[in-house]
Each structure stands twice: as C-alpha cells, then as structure tokens.
Design a protein. Structure first.
Length: 102
C-alpha cells in the first residue's frame, strides 16, 4: 500500500505507532517506492537533494493518478527524460507544468 503526504517524514510516527499497536516484529518500510530513485540517481546523477526528489515524487503521483502503477509511472518518467534529453527532475517539472495547464 502506498500513501502520499505533503510533508516529508509525515508517516514516521504513524509507522512506529502502528508497529507498536499491532505488535509487529518486522521493519516498517517507509518510502519503499523511492527505491526506484536509487536507480534514477545512477542513471541521472543530477538527481540529489529534497527539491529534486519532491518534484520527481509529485510527477510520479500525477502519472499514478492518470492510471499508471507506481513502477510503471517511474519507468514512464525515465522514458520521458530520455526522450526529451532532460534529466529526471527536468522531465518531472515538465510533467507538472503540463498537469497544471489541464
């Protein structure tokens, strides 16, 4: 299950409380969907910092809203970056601008 929040770290306390309340032994995975960004950072080394990550996550959210699964949304964003010769953050910014115009 993937939840999105407007503020980074918003789910840290929720995850800890949930783990305690249900007596869970395993790790709670936060931002597991960001594992794709590790690959993106290797492919597009300019992706670093919270601003770039925030823009990329917002663009992935737009693509998910349009019907893509999270992994597909990330691949679509990578494709757009490659097709337009823009870095991943640039392709994300373009997508967000396009989404604002609709």
């Amino acid at each position: 299950m993937v939840f999105y929040a407007g503020r980074p770290g918003a789910f840290v306390d929720l995850a800890a409380d949930t783990r305690f309340a249900y007596g869970l032994d395993g790790d709670v995975v936060l931002d597991g969907h960001l594992a794709h960004l590790d690959r993106a950072a290797r492919v597009h080394p300019g992706v670093n910092g919270s601003d770039e990550t925030r823009v990329i996550n917002q663009a992935i959210g737009v693509l998910i809203e349009r019907g893509h699964l999270p992994g597909e949304a990330h691949e679509e964003l990578l494709r757009r970056a490659a097709d337009h010769g823009r870095g991943l953050a640039g392709a994300a910014a373009d997508l967000l601008t396009e989404a604002d115009c609709r």
